[in-house]
Design a binder for this molecule. Sequence first.
Ligand SMILES: Nc1ncnc2c1ncn2[C@@H]1O[C@H](COP(=O)(O)OP(=O)(O)O)[C@@H](O)[C@H]1O
Ligand SMILES: [Mg+2]
Length: 239
Amino acid sequence: MSGTKLYEGKAKILFTTDDPNILLSRYKDDATAFNALKKGTIANKGEMNCAIASHIFQYLETQGIATHFIKQISPNEMQVAAVKILAIEVVVRNIAAGSICKRLGIAQGQPLKHPLVEFFYKNDDLGDPLITDAHVAMLDLATPEEVAQLKQLALDINKHLQAFFDRCNLILVDFKVEIGVNASGKLLLADEISPDTCRLWDKTINDPKDRIMDKDRFRQDLGNIAEAYQEVMKRVLAT
Ligand SMILES: Nc1ncnc2c1ncn2[C@@H]1O[C@H](COP(=O)(O)OP(=O)(O)O)[C@@H](O)[C@H]1O
Ligand SMILES: [Mg+2]
């Protein structure tokens, strides 16, 4: 049935439409961090992230990246292609921040020699653990061909996003993407790209806390959270 709630996640709700190949993704103001141990809301986040994600999906399409985006239909809703989401969260890092610093003893803010692609098992009960290609095969999360495509796709997306955010005077520190498989077996960039899923630092600010323009302001209780999202939206929509 059209308009049935398929799934309510932490940041979005997915609804069916009258076309089985199309879903409606409604962005929420809810914010969570540390595997939902920390919960809150960010004023207007749903509309801001929907606007940011819509703009970035369209930009990536112009750069030859296939995405699930179809069209934005309201301030906080977009139509997307229905896909089977791979249970792999693909993270690309340009600068060390967050979990990798703890895991490997690297200093926050350390630039990486090459962009690093990491896979995490998308499983909230397990806390989304880091996995290797061998685990992907063992758990049957993707075929070896898909793994190779995923890595190349992640690096291509990184290249385009780095260039885009640079024009916004933002440094793309790292980001997470989810990839889906459509009815024809083609990989599509799905889910969302927003300050919830990217670390973005203001290029013109040196202070390590003041420059943070993403969900780390919420994670670390840095204040001015909605203001940072608003500023990112302003710059993204103008670029
Ligand atoms: N095009 C799509 N087709 C099917 N599922 C999708 C699509 N895009 C995103 N999803 C899924 O929708 C869910 C809702 O998003 P979100 O609120 O971020 O959930 P979560 O709490 O699992 O992170 C996610 O599990 C995501 O994988
Ligand atoms: Mg999510």
